[in-house]
Design a protein around this ligand. Structure first.
Ligand code: NAP
Length: 310
């Protein structure tokens, strides 16, 4: 059993920022990195909208930003542990108990920054063909579709950003969207419409992903006419939003009906001494910049709370 002042659950922008702030406050935080160091940004190709790193000659990649954030947090004393939290007990704390695959921690204060994961469509063939044509990450898998045809499902910023990225590899990117208008912001919409490799299938949903060992096509239904069709494709990239990684917190912290941890304006959860920041508690902004701000706020507030306990 390791006794710690601060344990941070998750290593995305919110977690690494909370780590940097609590480390600079001499709280010697441990960051339990979770399944993916850096969280979702480590899977992001180009980050154009995080201030301070951009230049005309060089747009930073997600992994580049993660590396800087990690180095900065470690420089000030944060310790990263490559492990995953399996169970927490906040009922009798502080100290709060946090179990990982490898260890058990007792922490005086906690910041939960476990983030969110891509939502699945839930149609036949989807789970079967993950890694064999079905993907939730263009940056990770785009390369495998060089010279091939892919479809993208979704009409938000992620779908447009990833569609544009996929045109670097694919011959043709067909966006299948359930309405006749995109949700994505104006800049991305404009770029997507101007890209000759991208076409749109409006008012349509994917009902099944079909293949024979690898993806061969999708069955699509037009929601207005009811007409169904089969579209040949080599890949299906799905960008239809996210869900919070909060299963391990069920019954431990107050959550909304979608599983997002409920926090107040000071990032306090329902348990005093346990704070939450980033996408685990924010279904609205979901930006690197906002997660960084939330992580800083949670770290500062935890520091104040710990000082008040002494
Ligand atoms: P999102 O904005 O929630 O968009 C999800 C898209 O998927 C919507 O177009 C939605 O359709 C569609 N969808 C949802 N469930 C579906 C289903 N079951 N079947 C078919 N389609 C479905 O998610 P996101 O694009 O991942 O973006 C999340 C947040 O991150 C947003 O706030 C976004 O602004 C932000 N983001 C920003 C950037 C950037 O600024 N560069 C990049 C990526 C993400 P409807 O439109 O009909 O609801």
């Amino acid at each position: 059993m390791e006794k710690e002042q601060v344990v941070i659950i998750g290593s995305g922008p919110a977690g690494l920022t909370a780590a940097m702030y609590t480390a600079r406050a001499q709280l010697n935080p441990v960051v339990i990195a979770g399944p993916q160091l850096g969280g979702q940004i480590s899977l992001t190709s180009e980050v154009e909208n995080y201030p301070g790193f951009w230049s005309e000659d060089h747009v930073p990649t997600g992994p580049e930003l993660v590396e800087v954030m990690q180095k900065q947090a470690e420089h000030f004393g944060a310790r990263l542990v490559f492990d995953e939290v399996t169970e927490v007990d906040f009922s009798a704390g502080p100290p709060f108990r946090i179990k990982t695959y490898g260890k058990e921690y007792l922490a005086e204060g906690v910041v939960v920054t476990a983030g969110a994961s891509p939502r699945h469509l839930g149609v036949p063939g989807e789970e079967e063909y993950i890694g064999r044509g079905v993907s939730y990450c263009g940056t990770c898998d785009g390369f495998f579709f060089r010279g091939k045809d892919v479809v993208v499902v979704g009409g938000g910023d992620s779908a447009m950003e990833e569609s544009i990225f996929l045109t670097k590899f694919a011959n043709k990117v067909e966006v299948i969207h359930r309405r006749d208008q995109l949700r994505a912001g104006a800049v991305l919409q404009k770029r997507a419409f101007a890209n000759e490799k991208i076409s749109f299938v409006w008012d349509s949903v994917v009902e099944e992903i079909v293949g024979n060992g690898v993806v061969q096509g999708v069955k699509v239904r037009n929601v207005k006419t009811g007409e169904t069709s089969f579209r040949k494709t080599d890949g299906v990239f799905i960008f239809i939003g996210h869900y919070p990684n909060s299963k391990f917190l069920e019954g431990k912290l107050a959550m909304d009906e979608e599983g997002y941890v409920i926090t107040d304006e000071l990032y306090r959860t329902s348990v005093p001494g346990v704070y939450a920041a980033g996408e685990i508690q924010d279904a609205h902004f979901r930006q690197i910049a906002t997660s960084v701000g939330q992580g800083a706020g949670a770290g500062m507030e935890l520091e104040k709370w710990l000082a008040a306990q002494e």
